[in-house]
Structures are given as structure tokens and as C-alpha cells.
Design a protein around this ligand. Structure first.
Ligand code: ARG
Length: 665
């Protein structure tokens, strides 16, 4: 009986721990050697250190090799599509540390090759540079040769070629590629292994009560949802939190107005269905009428001490907004749990006391402030001069609640880039106060502003902010026009047409947002996003439907394909077949990369590459051969498998992006 996957994994974890210990020790030793270099032959101590060093390095190499071998086995063991990049990293790291034991943490540079080979190891030049600094002359080409000599055998690599000044071109083994990809017929598309399952809180969407949800919130909603989907797919425990603005002075104003205008609000439904208008009225009174202003302030105090009637009035107001927000979430299929600023009232009182007691707060013109870094940037306002709390206070209370009560390992805040400094300061202050520890991860996932086609801030023609519901409606209308233009209404049933319309409309809005680097501003243009060429949702959804129809037209059901996969292999003899397989094998690496920078445009670029590589394959490789009367004469099973694998991976990518492909469009 062989070992179980669990046992292998435990062993690897243990070996990695030891390895880290050894590496740390080694770095210390190396530093000692380097620091004493001016008189290298002087002391016996150095000789001892060096011999110890060599012994350690030897042990380290053995461990490294063991890890590389374990991880080379794991693709077969775990029946998952493992990260090729990680595997290659391990293999080359073994070779390089054993070829150059005198280097500490040598650079392991593995990249996707664009022309020669499939991947490249570009470590030889930086290693040559390191030696140069140490006063040794070694040519990159010699270094490359030494690396190749020490390469452990691996089922992943077909061969390695040395080229030019010392590039290592890596060719992936075809059977390895086919076997790895084929795991999806049995298990479906599986996520790659991740180091650690985390509890992640994604704070996204987060509009403000009584105000209109605007395109900035739409971006946050789309990006946040997609990040949640990715992290859930990877197996993390994800909390989707809507940090709505539902607390603060404006509620005093709204409640005071409601009490005046509709004293029966506790028993009858009040006339605030148009909350915007209601907000404007109350704001006007607040600005003009000092008596009203006083009442408004009194209302806030009563609300924040949770007096029942005031609480009820506030709830009424929140509900009106909530219903509006929900309409957007339902249409875009967004799952999110509301936990607004009001949730933290008690915790804000506590955090202010805690920060004050521990001496973090400073007086500033009656306010209480906290610096992230003394006199650098802008401090947080923890308490206003009237004693009230601010946006900063609620975020300090929230970060503590999330890390300490919810026990999250990781928090991601998805807001416009304009709030970058706010979050930077929150993180610094939380670190200072010992709330945020080094094992926690926090990200501000910022994004650029949405512009209109005139490159100015996105507005309606009359200059008002665009209502999101209107925007979604326009998307629906435009999507229908597009489908009719293509004559689809004559072919599809009314239900199919409606499904296609929604898929295109919401899909194109989401995709247009996600396919841009989120850090940049982007131009909202229905014309652009509905184009059926290029990297657009419409193009990709069509491409996917076409791929799906290949099997349908050959009468190959998913069950039949699964059956075939047991006896037949994905075909990789043709150059275009192998090219497509190699693109598909990058799926795990693309996801891993996104978990690092939280930029979803990598995934969009990946699907686009899949679909264009598929087109190349399909143009030169027959899947189904028909005779002149249109009857099927031959189906190439190996190619049908490749087609199915492509469709499955594309579908998984769409799912992460929140796009819903339909079988006919
Ligand atoms: N309501 C805020 C806004 O509209 C966004 C809240 C983001 N989340 C947070 N924890 N501050 O800008």
C-alpha cells in the first residue's frame, strides 16, 4: 500500500518547515562569512562555518529534491490540475541550489516562453551577476549547463535546451500534459491546491442609504462578487459583507423630516418611496431652518442611543433603500450580507475607549485623532469635536470586529482608488494598536473611475448621475437589438431569446468592467462592450456556444464524452492540438496569480486566449467529418475530448467572472 495524499502532504509540510529552518540558519552563516570577507583566510571560525554550511546545504538539497519529487508525483496523486509554474519552480530550485551551494536564495526565474520552448528558466544571467559581485567569473552559458546537469528527472519535462547567452528552454512532456488535463473528465474542473484555506471577508458594493447607488458602487459590486467567486472556488471560507453607510448625521435630518411630514409613520406606510426627493427636502430644511437643524441633531442622539421610535423611523428609511439595492443585486445575481456602519455603534464606543486608554489618541482642535505614522500623511479622526464618530471610527471598529470576533485571516476592501489613503491609514493604525498582526492579510482593492464616452465623469446627458436600474434596462434593450440584428429572434424560442438577452446584457456590463486593469479608469460604452469581435463578452459567449454546439451536432452528450474519456486520449499529434492543451494547462497558474494581485483582467485575457487558440485548432483540425449530403461520416474522439475540456474550463472561468453562458444564442 502506498501512502495517502494526506500523508504525502503532511510530509511535505514537515520538510518545508525544516527547509525553512535550514535556510534561515544558512542565511545567518552566509552573512557571517560575507561580513568577514576582508580577511577570508584569517579565522578558524570561518572554516568551521563553511564546512557546517556545506553540510547544511547538502541536507537542504536532499530535502529540496524530496519536495520536488513529491510535488511531481502529486498531479497524479491528487487528481487535480496542478500549477505547472509551481512544479517547474520546485524542479529548477532543486537543480540550482545543488549546482550552486554557495549562493543564498538564488534567483529562480521561470517564465512562459513566447517562441522557443514552452517555458523558460532565466536564472543564468542573474546568477552570473551574483558571482560577479562576489568576484568570481562564470559565464551564463556555463551556469546554464551546470543547472541542466543537476536537473532531477521529472515526468513534467520532455527536454531542456540551452539557447543564446544562457537561456533554458523547457519543453513540456505531452503525456504529462494530456494526463493532467484529462483529470477534468472524471472530477470536473478542480481548483489548484492552495497553501492554506483562509477565512476571507470581502467588503464590497457598500452603497449609502438614502442616496442613489452609483456606477462606482456598480464597479465595486462586480469586482467584489468576482473575487468572492474566485476565493470560494479555491476553497476559502468567504464572508461577503455589504458595509452600507446607514449611520451618521444625515439620518437625524431624515428622521426629523419624517416625524414632521408623517407623524403616523409608526402605524401607516410613509410616503418616502422616492427617497431621493425626500432626502433633498430634508437637506433643504436642514440648511435653511435653524430650528429644524436642532431637531435633526437631537434625532441623531436619540437614534444612536437606540430609542425605539427613532430606531423604527430609521429602519423604515433603510428599508426603502434596501429594496432598491436588492433589485440591482437580484438582476446581477449578487450574493451579499448587509452589515452596515450602524452594526458597529457599541464597538465604536469600545474602540475609542481602547485607543484612548492606550494613549494612541491626540487632541487636535477639539477632535481626537490618531496617526498611522507620526506626522506622516493624514491622521484618522476618531472622535469629532461634538463627540460624534466618523467613517474612520467605523472602519477601526470594523477591522477589529472582523479580525478578532469573526476571526478572519484576510480582509479585502473593494472601493474606488480615491479611498486608498483612508485604508492605508486604517491598516497602519490597526497595526500600531496591535489589532492587525503580521499573519493577517489586508488588501485595499482599489479601482479607477468610470468615464462616459466623452472621457468625462459618467453622467446622463442632462448631467445627472446615471441610475443603475436605467443602465441595466438600457443594457437589456441594446442586447436585444444586437440579437435581432443577427436574426436570432427568428431561430430561438421566446424563452431562449430572453435568456440570451439577459446573458448578453449583464454579461457585457460585468465583463467590460472586469477585463480592464481595475487600477485604471475605464470608459463605459455599450457600443464597445456589445461588439462581437475582440475581447468582449459577446465574442466569448458566442465562441463558447459554438464550441458547445460541436458536440451537440455530433450527438455527443456529456455522458458519452465521459465514457469515451475512459478509453480514448485527448489528441495532441497536431501542433494546434498541443498548443491548445498547453494554454488550458495554465488555468491553475492564472488563478494563483489573481489571488496575489486581485486583478481579474488576467482571467479575461486567459479566456480570450483560450477562445482564439481554439479557433486556430478548429480551423486546421476536423472534429466531425460530414459527406456532401451533410451526414456524419466520422467523429474524431480525441478532438471531441479536447473540445469538451476547452468548454469545461471556459465555463469555469465564466462562472468566476459571474457570466452566464446559455446553450443557444
Ligand atoms: N459606503 C462607502 C462609500 O460609498 C464604502 C464603504 C466601503 N467599506 C468600508 N469598510 N469603508 O464610499
Amino acid at each position: 500500500m502506498g501512502k495517502t495524499i494526506g500523508e504525502y502532504q503532511e510530509e511535505i509540510v514537515e520538510a518545508e518547515k525544516q527547509l525553512q529552518l535550514l535556510k534561515d540558519q544558512f542565511v545567518l552563516l552566509q552573512r557571517a562569512v560575507v561580513e568577514q570577507r576582508p580577511a577570508p583566510n584569517a579565522s578558524k571560525e570561518i572554516l568551521d562555518l563553511t564546512s557546517e554550511n556545506i553540510k547544511l546545504q547538502h541536507r537542504l538539497n536532499i530535502l529540496n529534491r524530496a519536495i520536488a519529487e513529491e510535488s511531481n508525483k502529486s498531479p497524479q496523486l491528487s487528481n487535480k490540475m496542478e500549477s505547472l509554474q509551481d512544479n517547474l519552480n520546485d524542479i529548477f530550485s532543486t537543480a540550482i541550489t545543488s549546482a550552486f551551494p554557495d549562493l543564498v536564495d538564488p534567483p529562480i526565474v521561470i517564465a512562459l516562453a513566447n517562441k522557443f520552448g514552452d517555458y523558460q528558466c532565466n536564472s543564468a544571467m542573474p546568477i552570473a551577476n551574483l558571482y560577479k559581485q562576489m568576484g568570481k567569473k562564470l559565464s551564463p552559458r556555463d551556469i546554464a549547463n551546470k543547472i541542466v546537469e543537476k536537473l532531477p528527472s521529472s515526468p513534467i519535462i520532455e527536454r531542456v535546451e540551452i539557447a543564446g547567452a544562457g537561456f533554458l528552454n523547457i519543453f513540456i512532456n505531452k503525456s504529462f500534459g494530456v494526463n493532467t488535463l484529462s483529470t477534468i473528465f472524471e472530477k470536473g474542473v478542480q481548483p489548484p491546491n492552495i497553501d492554506k484555506k483562509c477565512r476571507v471577508l470581502v467588503d464590497f458594493s457598500s452603497p449609502n442609504i438614502a442616496k442613489e447607488m452609483h456606477v462606482g458602487h456598480l464597479r465595486s459590486t462586480i469586482i467584489g462578487e468576482s473575487i468572492c467567486r474566485l476565493l470560494e472556488f479555491l476553497g476559502h471560507d468567504v464572508l461577503r459583507i455589504n458595509h452600507v453607510g446607514d449611520w451618521g448625521t444625515q439620518f437625524g435630518m431624515l428622521i426629523a423630516h419624517l416625524k414632521d411630514k408623517f407623524p403616523d409613520y409608526l402605524t401607516k406606510s410613509p410616503p418616502i418611496s422616492d427617497l431621493q426627493a425626500f432626502y433633498k427636502e430634508s437637506k433643504a430644511r436642514f440648511d435653511q431652518d435653524p430650528e429644524f437643524k436642532k431637531q435633526a441633531y437631537a434625532c441623531v442622539v436619540k437614534l444612536q442611543s437606540f430609542e425605539p421610535d427613532y430606531h423604527k423611523a430609521w429602519e423604515l428609511i433603510c428599508n426603502v433603500s434596501r429594496q432598491e439595492f436588492q433589485k440591482i443585486y437580484d438582476r446581477l445575481e449578487i450574493k451579499i450580507t448587509e452589515r452596515g456602519e450602524s452594526f458597529y455603534q457599541k464597538r465604536m464606543e469600545d474602540i475609542v475607549k481602547e485607543l484612548n486608554d492606550n494613549g494612541y489618541l491626540e487632541e487636535d482642535d477639539g477632535r481626537k485623532i490618531m496617526w498611522g505614522e507620526q506626522n506622516v500623511g493624514i491622521p484618522l479622526t476618531i472622535c469629532k469635536s461634538d463627540g460624534g464618530f466618523t467613517y474612520d471610527t467605523s472602519d477601526m471598529a470594523a477591522i477589529k470586529q472582523r479580525l478578532h470576533e469573526d476571526k478572519c485571516d484576510w480582509i479585502a476592501y473593494v472601493t474606488d482608488a480615491g479611498q486608498a489613503t483612508h485604508f492605508e491609514t486604517i491598516f497602519k493604525c490597526a497595526r500600531r494598536a496591535g489589532i492587525l498582526k503580521s499573519h493577517h492579510r489586508v488588501d485595499h482593492v482599489g479601482f479607477g473611475v468610470v468615464l462616459g464616452e466623452d472621457k468625462k465623469k459618467f453622467k446622463t446627458r442632462s448631467g445627472d448621475t446615471v441610475r443603475l436600474i436605467d443602465l441595466l434596462d438600457e443594457g437589456l434593450k441594446r442586447a436585444l437589438d444586437k440579437l435581432q440584428e443577427k436574426g436570432r429572434h427568428e431561430i430561438l424560442t421566446p424563452e431562449e431569446l430572453k435568456a440570451a438577452q439577459e446573458s448578453v446584457a449583464y454579461g457585457c456590463i460585468k465583463y467590460a468592467d472586469l477585463c480592464h486593469n481595475r487600477n485604471h479608469e475605464y470608459v463605459f460604452s455599450f457600443d464597445k462592450m456589445l461588439e462581437d469581435k475582440g475581447n468582449t463578452a459577446v465574442y466569448l459567449l458566442y465562441a463558447y456556444t459554438r464550441i458547445r454546439s460541436i458536440a451537440r451536432n455530433a450527438n455527443y452528450s456529456p455522458e458519452k464524452i465521459k465514457e469515451i474519456s475512459k478509453t480514448c486520449q485527448i489528441s495532441v499529434d497536431h501542433e494546434k492540438e498541443w498548443k491548445l492543451v498547453k494554454v488550458l494547462l495554465r488555468f491553475p497558474d492564472v488563478l494563483i496569480k489573481i489571488t496575489k494581485d486581485l486583478c481579474l483582467h488576467h482571467l479575461c485575457e486567459f479566456i480570450y486566449e483560450i477562445s482564439s487558440t481554439f479557433t486556430e485548432f478548429y480551423d486546421s483540425c476536423y472534429c466531425v467529418e460530414k459527406d456532401s449530403s451533410g451526414d456524419i461520416v466520422k467523429v474524431n474522439d480525441g478532438r471531441m475530448l479536447l473540445t469538451e475540456a476547452t468548454a469545461l474550463i471556459m465555463a469555469q472561468c465564466f462562472d468566476i467572472l459571474g457570466l452566464k453562458p446559455v446553450s443557444k444564442m
